[in-house]
Design a protein around this ligand. Structure first.
Ligand code: HEC
Length: 228
């Protein structure tokens, strides 16, 4: 019995020895191997990150180069003069409140004074049969209206509605050198001045307060309306 036990123990020890020897031979299960493997995995991950970082830097460099080249092209081709010109033109041709140069331009009232003068001169020239002078005043009235169109675009519609048909009728009467036709056209135009006034405000005041009539006296006593 004892003998049998002794053999069994011997057998077990020999098995353990063989297993240990096998483990020592393969070497893959030691702690240091696992640590080394971990380090390997980590260093691989780092390598990937470094590659990504490197690629990023390369891309940035490429982008930067592209930007610099584009800038160089712009500098070479000079400033966009056409665009600058368009901007400047818009500033000078379109009324803009708050721009000092525009704010000091005459608005409607000074043009109205001029219209009053032109209509006075026109009347006495026509009465004197001076159609050249009368025609010049019809032309002047048209120029005076143009000023309003530029500096008071809000009044454009109302003033055009008046000026286009009325100045045309006056022009035709002057061309025909017909006093009766002229007076009729003149009275219609004056009626138009007043119609517009009843519908307009100036500086908050009702312009219906201003009534235009045929002139009672010439504005300038130092003019001979008959001409030379
Ligand atoms: C578009 C409508 C309209 C028409 C047409 C018109 N007016 Fe006026 N008129 C006005 C407005 C608006 C004012 C006030 C202007 C302002 O506030 O700057 C005015 C003001 C005036 C003034 C006062 C100007 C001053 O400086 O005190 C006179 C005078 C005048 N108009 C005469 C005329 C005569 C003459 C005609 C026709 C030949 C005429 N108007 C046609 C709208 C009109």
């Amino acid at each position: 019995m004892l003998k049998t036990k002794g053999y069994l123990m011997l057998g077990l020890f020999s098995l353990l020895a063989v297993a240990l020897a096998a483990a020592a031979c393969s070497g893959g299960v030691s702690k240091s191997d696992i640590v080394a493997l971990q380090a390997g995995v980590q260093s691989k991950a780092d390598a990937a990150a470094i590659t990504a970082f490197h690629n990023g830097v390369t891309q940035n460099q490429a982008d930067l180069k592209k930007d610099v080249l584009a800038l160089q092209e712009q500098v070479k081709s000079g400033p966009d003069l056409a665009a600058v010109g368009t901007l400047l033109n818009a500033k000078f041709t379109t009324f803009e409140k708050g721009v000092p140069l525009w704010d000091i331009q005459p608005g409607t009232a000074p043009r109205m004074r001029e219209l009053t003068e032109s209509f006075n001169l026109m009347w006495f020239a026509a009465q004197a049969g001076n159609w050249e002078f009368a025609g010049f005043e019809v032309y002047r009235a048209g120029e005076e209206v143009k000023g309003v169109l530029v500096t008071r675009p809000g009044r454009k519609e109302a003033i055009t509605e008046w000026s286009v048909p009325n100045l045309k009728a006056l022009e035709e009467a002057v061309k025909a050198k017909d006093k009766a036709v002229f007076e009729k056209a003149y009275d219609s135009a004056v009626e138009g001045c007043n119609t517009c006034h009843t519908k307009s405000k100036g500086g908050g005041f009702e312009m219906g307060a201003i009534k235009v009539t045929r002139p009672a006296a010439p504005l300038f006593p130092n003019l001979d309306y008959k001409g030379q």
